[in-house]
Design a protein around this ligand. Structure first.
Ligand code: GTP
Ligand code: SPV
Ligand code: MN
Length: 606
C-alpha cells in the first residue's frame, strides 16, 4: 500500500486508541484501499457521501419534492437477500457452532478470506464506520467498528446505528469493540462468505452488498455475536420486536415478540389499533432485535440496539402498515423497489394495481403482463427510527423497558392457533424451541416450505442451538418476575386457502388478550397444549369475522397436534446429543396430554 494513505488516515484519525489504529493499519495493509475515510456521523459527511454515491450510480435520487432525502439503490441481481449457506460460525470446534450452523475453523476462515481481501480495496475508499448498538451510555450497549468499501453500507449504517465519533469517544482507549471487515469484492456469489469469530468479537464479510450480510451491526453483531456474548454474560440477544401497549388510563405494558424473517415483526411493532380501541396506543421500541437482561427489580428489561428500520417493502400499504409509510416519507434509502415515472417508489401492496410507466427493480421498463413482481419480494426500506410518529419515548433510556410478555409466532397454514398461552416458562421455551414457519424471500432458497426456526433464531444463533435452549431454560432461575410466554399465528388458512384471521391492525385484539392475561384480568380455555381465548375473551367488536372463522383460527385439534408434536420430536433429534432433557420431557408430557385430552379439542374450562 502507498504508505501515504495510512499516514493520511492516521493524521485524520478520530481516536488515539492504539487497538483501533493498529487494527485499521493491518486491514489497510491487506485490502490496499486508495483512501481511508473516518466517518464522524455529521450532516456534512452525510451530504458528501450521498453526493458521491449518486455520482457513482450507487444511489439514484428519487423525486426530492415527494420524498425529500430519499434514494434508491439497485443491488446486483444475484445479491438480494441473506445467504445462510454462505454464513459461517467460526468457533474453535464444530460442536460449539452446533448442528444448525455452518462451521469453518477460524484459521481456515481467516486464511481463506484474507486471500480474498488481499488488495480488494484498490481503487476504492475504506470507510471506517464506528457505531454504538444501544442507547449511548447504557450498560446494555456495545461498540463496533466496521471497515467497508461500500458507500451504501456507510450511509445505511448511519441510519441503522448510532454511528459516528461518539462511538469512538465512548470507547476511549479500550479494546472492547466488535471488529467488522467488509469488502464487496466483485459481488460474486462464488466469492461470498459471511464469517463470524465469536471468540474474537469479529466478523469478516466478503462478496455481498446486501442488508443482513453487510450491515454488520445488525444480524452479525447484534444477534450472532450478541447471542454468544449473552450466554457468556447472562443476558439474551433475540430476534424480537419490542412494543409498548398504552391503555386509555395511561398504563403501558411492554411486549417482545419473535417472528421469523418477513413474518410480521415490523408490522406488529407499528400496529395501529382499530377504531374500537380508541384511546389505546402502540409505541414502537424496536422492530427486529431485542437485547434483554435481568434488572435490579427482578424483571426482564429490554433495549433495541438499533436506531433505524431495515424493513420489507412489499405488503406495506395504507391498510397494512400506515406507520411504515410515514417512516419512508423522507431520508430513506430504498433497495430493489420499483420506481414510478415521476421518480417515486412503488412495490406490490402499496396500491392495488401498479401505476403505468414503472421501472422494475432491475432498472428495466416494467411489463405487468410478465407475471413478475416490479419490486423484488425482499426489497427493503432503510429509515431512521426518528421518522416513526409512534416511536417510544423510552427509546434512548439506558435501562430499556420492562418486558411483561414474550411472544413467539410463525407463518403456519395449519395446526397453530391464533394465540396460545404457555403453562409456564419451560413450556414457553418449548413453544419457542419448536416454532415452525414457512420460508420467505428474506433468505435465498425455496419459499413456502415449513422449517423449524427456534425462537426465529435459526439463522442468527451464534453457537450451539442445544446450548442456546439451555441458556433460555437457565434464565428462569435468574428472573424472579419472568414475563409470561405466548405463541401466535396470523397465517392460519381455512378450507378455501385464504387467511382466517384478517391480521394487521386486528392483531390488537390478540395483543389486548395477551396484556389482559399478564394482568390476570381475562379468562381463557385450557387445552392440552396451552390456553386459548374463548369467543367472549377476545374483543371482536367492530370487526367482521364469521364465528366459524374464529373457531377455525383458535381450534386446537388433537390429530393435528399429535402429528405436530411428532415432527417437533424429529426436529429435536437433529439436535442430538445437545438437546436439553427438560424440553424432551416437556414434549412427551404434551404428547400424553394430547392423547388423553378431549377428542373434540375443547379441553376444560376454568
Ligand atoms: P424481517 O425484517 O425480515 O425480520 O421481517 P419482519 O418480521 O419485520 O416482517 P414484516 O413486518 O416486514 O412483514 C413481512 C410480510 O408479512 C409483509 O409482506 C406483511 O404484509 C406480512 N404480514 C405482516 N403482518 C401480517 C398479518 O398480521 N397477517 C398477514 N396475513 N400478513 C402479515
Ligand atoms: C431478516 O432477514 O430477518 C432481516 C433483514 O431483518 S436482514 O437485515 O437482511 O437480515
Ligand atoms: Mn429480521
Amino acid at each position: 500500500m502507498n504508505p501515504d494513505v495510512y499516514q493520511a488516515a492516521a493524521a485524520s484519525a478520530l481516536t488515539t486508541n492504539d487497538y483501533v489504529l493498529e487494527w485499521i493499519a493491518e486491514n489497510a495493509q491487506r485490502c490496499q484501499p486508495d483512501a481511508i475515510e473516518w466517518c464522524d456521523g455529521s450532516e456534512a459527511e452525510k451530504r458528501r457521501l450521498t453526493d458521491r454515491a449518486v455520482e457513482q450510480g450507487v444511489l439514484i435520487p428519487l423525486n426530492q419534492k415527494k420524498r425529500p432525502g430519499c434514494y434508491l439503490h439497485r443491488s446486483d441481481a444475484n445479491d438480494v437477500a441473506r445467504v445462510e449457506h454462505l454464513t459461517f460460525i467460526c468457533t474453535p470446534t464444530k460442536e460449539e457452532a452446533g448442528p444448525t450452523n455452518h462451521w469453518m475453523a477460524p484459521t481456515e476462515a481467516y486464511a481463506k478470506l484474507a486471500t480474498l481481501l488481499e488488495g480488494s480495496m484498490r481503487g476504492r475508499t475504506m470507510y471506517v464506520v464506528p457505531y454504538v448498538m444501544g442507547p449511548l451510555g447504557s450498560p446494555f450497549s456495545k461498540i463496533g467498528i466496521e471497515l467497508t468499501d461500500s458507500v451504501y453500507v456507510a450511509l445505511s449504517m448511519r441510519i441503522m446505528t448510532r454511528m459516528g465519533k461518539q462511538a469512538l469517544d465512548l470507547l476511549g482507549d479500550s479494546n472492547d469493540f466488535s471488529r467488522g471487515v467488509h469488502s464487496m469484492l466483485d459481488v460474486n456469489p462464488d466469492r461470498r462468505f459471511i464469517c463470524h469469530f465469536p471468540e474474537d468479537n469479529t466478523v469478516w464479510s466478503v462478496g455481498s452488498n446486501y442488508g443482513g450480510n453487510v450491515l454488520l451491526g445488525k444480524k452479525c453483531l447484534a444477534l450472532r455475536l450478541g447471542s454468544y456474548l449473552g450466554r457468556r454474560e447472562n443476558w439474551m440477544a433475540e430476534h424480537m420486536l419490542i412494543l409498548g401497549v398504552e391503555s386509555p388510563e395511561g398504563q403501558t405494558t411492554y411486549v417482545a415478540a419473535a417472528f421469523p424473517s418477513a413474518c410480521g415483526k415490523t408490522n406488529f411493532a407499528m400496529l395501529i389499533p382499530p377504531r374500537r380501541f380508541q384511546g389505546w396506543r402502540i409505541w414502537t421500541v424496536g422492530d427486529d432485535i431485542a437485547w434483554m437482561r435481568v434488572g435490579a427489580d427482578g424483571k426482564l428489561w429490554a433495549i433495541n440496539p438499533e436506531a433505524g428500520y431495515f424493513g420489507v417493502a412489499p405488503g406495506t400499504g395504507p391498510q397494512s402498515n400506515p406507520t411504515a409509510l410515514r417512516l419512508v416519507e423522507r431520508d430513506t434509502i430504498f433497495t430493489n423497489v420499483a420506481m414510478t415515472e415521476d421518480g417515486d417508489v412503488w412495490w406490490e401492496g402499496l396500491t392495488d394495481r401498479p401505476p403505468s410507466g414503472l421501472t422494475d427493480w432491475h432498472g428495466h421498463k416494467y411489463d405487468p403482463a410478465s407475471g413478475k413482481p416490479a419490486a423484488h419480494p425482499n426489497s427493503r426500506f432503510c429509515a431512521p427510527a426518528t421518522n416513526n410518529p409512534f416511536l417510544s419515548k423510552r427509546i434512548n433510556d439506558p435501562e430499556g423497558v420492562p418486558i411483561s410478555a414474550l411472544v413467539f409466532g410463525g407463518r403456519r397454514a395449519t395446526t397453530i392457533p391464533l394465540v396460545l398461552q404457555s403453562f409456564n416458562w419451560i413450556h414457553g421455551v418449548y413453544m419457542g424451541a419448536t416454532m415452525g414457519s414457512e420460508t420467505t424471500a428474506a433468505a435465498t432458497g425455496k419459499v413456502g416450505v415449513v422449517r423449524r426456526d427456534p425462537m426465529a433464531m435459526l439463522p442468527f444463533c451464534g453457537y450451539n442451538m442445544g446450548d442456546y435452549f439451555c441458556h433460555w431454560l437457565e434464565m428462569r432461575a435468574r428472573i424472579p418476575y419472568p414475563p409470561k410466554i405466548f405463541m401466535v399465528n396470523w397465517f392460519r388458512k381455512g378450507p378455501t386457502g385464504s387467511f382466517v384471521w384478517p391480521g394487521y391492525g386486528d392483531n390488537m385484539r390478540v395483543l389486548k388478550w395477551i396484556v389482559d392475561r399478564v394482568l390476570g384480568s381475562v379468562g381463557g380455555r385450557e387445552t392440552p397444549v396451552g390456553w386459548v381465548p374463548r369467543e367472549g375473551d377476545l374483543d371482536l367488536s367492530g370487526m367482521s369475522i364469521a364465528s366459524e372463522d374464529f373457531m377455525e383460527a383458535t381450534a386446537v385439534r388433537p390429530e393435528e397436534w399429535k402429528e405436530e408434536i411428532r415432527l417437533q420430536g424429529e426436529f429435536f433429534r437433529t439436535l442430538d446429543p445437545y438437546m436439553p432433557r427438560a424440553l424432551e420431557l416437556q414434549r412427551e408430557l404434551l404428547m400424553s396430554a394430547v392423547e388423553m385430552g378431549a377428542p373434540d379439542g375443547r379441553g376444560r374450562t376454568p
